[in-house]
Design a protein around this ligand. Structure first.
Ligand code: NAD
Length: 490
């Protein structure tokens, strides 16, 4: 890609990259060299996107029309995306840093999401309700109107489409604000949607800073719902703004997820799963399994396996063949992660492996941090409680199950929990006791477009994915009709 490639807001099917626009330079996280420029949208761009979306919602057949037609367009979009999977994956890896393998999985997930929601577009049914007298009482599901979607940088396309796709399937007009650092695949996706036949104005993308654009979108009187995926701090702010406007807010926020390994677990599988769950995406995952809670009897052998696995990981630019862990998204993120490693050291943690910036050929200029495992950290340490959002695993031992549950549940978060055991009864018992929106047993973090995804406690509000995820972008109207039949004579 030429360094001067410019990406800009796509509003009403037109991308604005006029030369007078204020732009920001995006850097390749593997080299910190210029990658592309992105137009910084203004509050006026946000207002225009909302206006165009509202007009499209009111006039285009998309919203009023047949769900089966929407399904066709969404399926076509899925097919086109699948055909361009490699181009999207390369762009995602260059922009965000993740490995090509990870980006391919992400794009595949978006394809599957589009296919899944397309199957629901013509199945948003109402009910008939028996009431007294000669009345016909029924419900219909209607789209909400203009839906706002604010996405983070760690899975740029996947998390944007996790909410945009169901909103479109339900007949809404969407305005998406990707993260400032990673807007490229969202812009490219909006171009593709046009090719697939999505009417202009039904999917709009505004690029630029969150504080300026995101707030303007939520405050806009045309906003009928907001789905925010990002930090708990900004999520709280969005929740307040949405409450002021009395619009629903779905919040998918941060995590500090526990992985509990019981004494009977298959340790080789568990080590691979735990490693994937914290070093995958260079640890920049909302549901990263960042706290390993392991039975004392297997703590040392598991630590050994994890050390071996961490030290064998091949680091490098995400687009290079054979690379298993890419850089962190930015210098700022790198500093944040290394600062937390410093906190862990100060609080008495032992660095089992990693704990520093990575060095070596192809790593010197990028934001590479070595996969890190910390033992002996007091559970009250900030490094053990706060979201680090990097490849840093803290390890805690336990002897009794109650102790494992207490350790697992003791952070303010509740997004995800992992469990490794061969004991079915223990698996079901613990799955109930762990305070997390998703519990996965004997697998690394895993979800599907058909499974609900929700954060408990400070990890979020509301739920995405699944049938209910599409239904959440509709409102239920009750219609009561007196058909005026004469009363039956006794
Ligand atoms: P962030 O909260 O900084 O930003 C998220 C989005 O909000 C970005 O598009 C940003 O530009 C925008 N934004 C920032 N300030 C805003 C404001 N005042 N008003 C409106 N929008 C604003 O989060 P991030 O750093 O991009 O992403 C990392 C965070 O996201 C982590 O905490 C991670 O756990 C969380 N996350 C959660 C999930 C989930 O499904 N629960 C998934 C991925 C990431």
């Amino acid at each position: 890609m030429a360094s001067e490639a410019v990406y800009g807001p796509v509003i009403g099917g037109v991308e604005s990259v006029e030369p007078h626009r204020e732009t920001a330079e995006l850097l390749d996280p593997a080299t910190n060299r210029p990658l592309a420029r992105v137009a910084l949208g203004s509050a006026e761009d946000a207002a225009r996107a909302m206006e165009v979306a509202q007009a499209a919602f009111e006039t285009s057949p998309w919203s009023a029309g047949d769900g089966a037609q929407r399904a066709k367009v969404l399926l076509r979009l899925a097919q086109l995306l699948e055909q361009q999977q490699e181009e999207f994956a390369v762009l995602e890896s260059r922009n965000m840093g993740k490995t090509l393998r990870e980006s391919r999985i992400d794009v595949g997930y978006v394809v599957r999401t589009l296919e899944y929601v397309s199957g629901l577009a013509d199945k948003l049914e109402g009910t008939t309700i028996p009431v007294p007298g000669s009345r016909f009482n029924y419900t219909v599901r209607e789209p909400l109107g203009v839906t706002v979607h604010i996405a983070p940088w760690n899975y740029p396309l996947l998390l944007a489409m996790r909410s945009v796709a169901p909103a479109l399937a339900a007949g809404n007009a969407a305005v998406l604000k990707p993260a400032s650092l990673t807007p490229l695949t969202a812009v490219r996706f909006a171009r593709l949607a046009k090719t697939a036949g999505l009417p202009d104005g039904i999917l709009n993308v505004v690029t630029g800073p969150g504080g300026r654009l995101g707030e303007a979108l939520v405050r806009d009187k045309r906003c009928r719902s907001v789905t925010f995926t990002g930090s708990s701090e900004v999520g709280r702010r969005i929740s307040v703004l949405a409450a002021e406007r009395l619009v629903p807010a779905t919040l998918e926020l941060g995590g500090k997820s526990p992985i509990v390994v019981l004494a009977d677990a298959d340790l080789d599988r568990a080590a691979r799963g735990v490693g994937f769950g914290i070093f995958g995406n260079a640890g920049q995952m909302c549901w990263a399994g960042s706290r390993l809670i392991v039975h004392e009897s297997v703590r040392l052998p598991l630590l050994d396996k994890l050390r071996g696995l961490a030290e064998a990981l091949v680091l490098g630019p995400g687009t290079d063949d054979g690379v298993e862990m890419g850089p962190l998204v930015s210098r700022e993120q790198e500093s944040r992660v290394l600062d937390y490693v410093g906190v862990a050291r100060e609080d008495g943690g032992t660095i089992v492996t990693g704990g520093a910036k990575a060095s070596g050929p192809k790593l010197a200029d990028g934001n590479f941090v070595r996969p890190t495992v910390v033992a002996d950290l007091p559970p009250a340490s900030r490094a053990a409680r706060e979201e680090i959002f990097g490849p840093v695993l803290s390890v805690f031992g336990f002897r009794e199950l109650d102790e494992a549950v207490r350790l697992a549940n003791e952070t303010p978060y509740g997004l995800f929990a992992g469990l490794w055991t061969r004991d079915l009864a223990a698996a079901h018992t613990l799955a109930r006791r762990l305070e997390a929106g998703t519990v996965v047993v004997n697998e690394p973090p895993l979800t599907f477009p058909q499974s609900p995804f929700a954060g408990f406690k400070d990890s979020g509000l509301g739920s995405e994915q699944g049938v209910a995820g599409v239904a959440s972008y509709t409102r239920v109207k009750n219609v009561l009709l007196n058909v005026g039949l004469p009363k039956k004579k006794a």
